[in-house]
Design a protein around this ligand. Structure first.
Ligand code: SF4
Length: 401
């Protein structure tokens, strides 16, 4: 399947480009108390180690906002503050973070949003407009009766247009819901009417397994239709899992290639080696490798060697041995009890070889935020006549999806 990504504008969250054809970035959110700097930073380091490219922290009060400079000073990836209800928290956070997320459904009067825009604009950082099915504006709930995809899209479009009307364009948008259909339809509707970069997510998706499946279906559908520029998988689990699942979704769609991709057979009555244990252990012990490598673990030689030819390296089970192959060529036979350590050594070696080969070939991103926001003095409440630009027509969903 070849995916043609929708063309969106590009913004920058810290050093990470979002939209405009940039690689789809993987985000997560800490689960610690942001006021507890030490514990929060520890979790941030775990997320960074797992490959997380942007990290968001909740800022529920001024004490949490005051902790942000200390947190920011100890991390390498960009930091986003997550703000609800109190715009003063956004103003404080905007002094230090790389992006501020606000929810137009609960931030209150327009003047409060205008103050936040002015603050982020002065620092040249973007805003994330995060619409959520659980916190839509009252007038949209009255209009639609309950949170529909149309209501979510209209809420996001209204917010975008209100910011555009005062000259602000440095933003990305999310339209999250825990219902997969609702979220997918809302993102799709929005994407048909706007070219702002989209942050994808199925909110409150559930536990590690349930949430991963829901996210893979919802986010996967959108990505496979070219929609989405950055994503967060929301799991009721260790946030490191969110990062792993995020990359697995991207790897499955061949949108990103990062780290080890373990290809393992499901095993059957012909199995000669402990595929399940080997595959699980490999994923765990080789999680630190960033170089994309396909590693196959196949239970027998019946289909194993043929199926494993596409892999960079792998093993197929034989009688009391494993047959090690690299780039389709047979290397040697390895006794079963040495399989795990041998394969790990070979994969690490191959990763180093590949890294050395590719060193220095990655182009450096050259775009910047320059000119992406409005001058602070332009920011003011929309004139009464401008309100007519809100609530633009929304197309119906396609008949065949
Ligand atoms: S590779 Fe061999 S053991 Fe694995 S599922 Fe196929 S036939 Fe069965």
């Amino acid at each position: 399947m070849y995916i043609t990504r929708q063309k969106t504008r590009q913004i920058k969250v810290g050093k990470v480009r979002i939209g405009g054809g940039a690689p789809i970035s993987v985000q997560s959110m800490t689960t610690t108390d942001t006021r507890d700097v030490k514990t929060t930073v520890e979790q941030i380091h775990q997320l960074e180690q797992a490959g997380c490219e942007i990290i968001r922290v909740a800022v529920p009060d001024m004490e949490a906002a005051a902790a942000l400079p200390k947190i920011k000073a100890q991390m390498t990836v960009p930091l986003i503050s997550d703000i609800h209800f109190d715009h003063r928290l956004a103003l404080k956070a905007a002094e230090v973070v790389d992006c501020v997320r606000i929810n137009p459904g609960n931030i209150g009067a327009w003047r409060k949003t205008a103050e936040v825009i002015k603050a982020v604009n002065e620092r040249g950082i973007p805003l994330r407009i995060g619409v959520n099915g659980g916190s839509l504006e009252r007038h949209l709930l009255d209009k639609y009766g309950y949170p529909t995809a149309e209501a979510l899209a209209e809420s996001a479009l209204n917010a975008v247009h209100a910011l555009e009307d005062v000259g602000f364009t440095n933003m990305k948008v999310s339209l999250k819901a825990s219902d997969v259909h609702l979220a997918v339809d809302a993102y799709w509707l929005f994407s048909q009417q706007s070219d702002y970069p989209l942050h994808l997510g199925i909110t409150e998706a559930g536990t590690a397994q349930t949430g991963a499946v829901k996210s893979a279906i919802g986010i996967g559908w959108l990505l496979s239709h070219g929609i989405g520029d950055t994503l967060r998988v929301s799991l009721a689990a260790d946030p490191v899992e969110e990062v792993r699942v995020g990359f697995e979704i991207l790897k499955s769609l061949e949108l990103r290639h990062r780290g080890i991709n373990v290809i393992a057979c499901p095993t059957c009555g012909r199995v000669e080696i402990d595929v399940i244990r080997l595959a699980a252990e490999l994923e765990k012990r080789l999680g630190h490798i960033k170089t994309p490598l396909n590693v196959s673990v196949l239970g027998c030689v019946v289909n194993g060697i043929g199926e494993g030819k596409e892999a960079d390296i792998g093993i197929a089970g034989g009688e009391g041995v494993g047959i090690l192959f690299k780039k389709g060529k047979l290397l040697r036979k390895v006794p079963s009890e040495e399989l795990m350590e041998t394969l790990i050594q070979e994969v690490e070696l191959l990763a180093k070889e590949k890294e050395a080969e590719e060193a220095g070939e990655e182009p450096t991103p050259s775009s910047s935020n320059a000119g992406n926001g409005a001058p602070a003095e332009k920011l003011a409440e929309p004139a009464p006549g401008q309100a007519a630009s809100l609530g633009r027509d929304i197309p119906v969903l396609p008949q065949q999806r």
